[in-house]
Write a protein that binds this ligand. Sequence first.
Ligand code: C2E
Ligand code: CA
Ligand code: CA
Length: 424
Amino acid sequence: MTDLPNRSLLLDRLSQALAQAERDSTQVAVLFTDLDRFKIVNDTLGHPAGDELLRQVAQRLRSALREGDTLARLSGDEFVILLPRISGARDVARVAAKALGMVTAPFTVLGHELHISSTIGVSLFPKDGADPETLLKHADTALYQAKDRGRNRYQFFDARMNAHAQKRRLLENGLRRAIEREEFVLHYQPQIDLQTDAVTGVEALIRWHPEQRMVRPREFIPIAEETGLITEIGEWVLRTACRQAMEWEAAGLPPVRMAVNLSIRQLRRGDFPARVRALVGETGLPPQRLDLEITESSLMVDPEQIIKTLHELRGTGIQLAMDDFGAGYSSLAYLKRLPLDRIKIDRDIPEDPDDVAIVQAILAMARQLKIRVVAEGVETTAQARFLRNHGCQEAQGYAFGRPLPAEACADFLAKTPLYAVAGR
Ligand code: C2E
Ligand code: CA
Ligand code: CA
């Protein structure tokens, strides 16, 4: 389909490259790459679209390579780039960064605009293995490690990673039974108005406790997304969070806005706005007090369709926030057209001068668009002061309050003045 060498031809070329590198004391790099969330493209647009996307990706990757390099396709959306005769990791980093960039530029596939990204794991000969199979395996391990840290990045193999792939398989199996075993709970983290120090709302953050352990969301949410389990989990989160808000109110606490994280998969379902409306009706939470957080990657497939869904949600009175704003992708162009109440940013402030400049630019732009900015991960009073002085409206982070179990959060809310919320 892509006209690329397959696994056995790749192994052939790899052994030749290793022999050559041995002779002239150079190194060889194996870059194992796959597309992030490719399954979503296949599931939502069908296999012909998936195949066409793979063809275009192959074409772009090939154009990033020199003569003598090899691009092979292993299976599905897995590609391998073989770089013979390199002099060090820096050469590889350059190619890896270029390959990532090639994939983030938008694709047009059967009339759909796609914004995707990829992840790359790298192994080096002779450091990470002496034979083709080991090098491939280690590049694959590095790929999983990279995905774990977030997507759209590359990662060199590190011998300590080996147990990783196996751990992932265990997680996936556990996740399938987590809802029925009632292993999920929600914690709630306050969001603060920087001018008044009043609570403006709380964000619901999921916690998973399989068998007395605790698994972080950054570990299991991506797996839940890939396996499709996120739809069911997300629905549980929404219902639990809405109910919690109403329980607090019934217990005499002032009404609070409830922010809930959404996955792309949830948003892509055509009936999502109807489901949310039903949920809000069922729990009695005024829609103005529900705040849905989406990420830029939600606009990955068919942004137009998603924008329509967002307008429909906003039309019911629900608030919308763009999470992790500025983390990637090219949605800046869409920002104007999204019916957002808030954007959330997460930066090293004020330590990193680049971040300071970016935050100032985002604040200026948000002011123009009349969107509130919430700074996340605020850990120190110095950060809070910086943000306040630069006109950031809200903050969330350890400096104000950690994510807390429902009861502890109720105590927190009882002690802290609440910002007037709509839908009271
Ligand atoms: P997020 O939505 O960006 O959530 C903010 C993360 O920052 C949370 O991590 C929170 O515990 C952490 N955090 C808050 N204050 C601070 C701080 O001052 N310093 C530092 N270093 N970290 C802080 P958490 O709870 O581990 O969640 C990680 C991610 O998992 C979330 O990132 C979100 O993307 C995802 N997630 C969590 N709950 C859900 C959920 O119910 N559904 C979906 N789809 N995703 C969720
Ligand atoms: Ca969030
Ligand atoms: Ca965030």
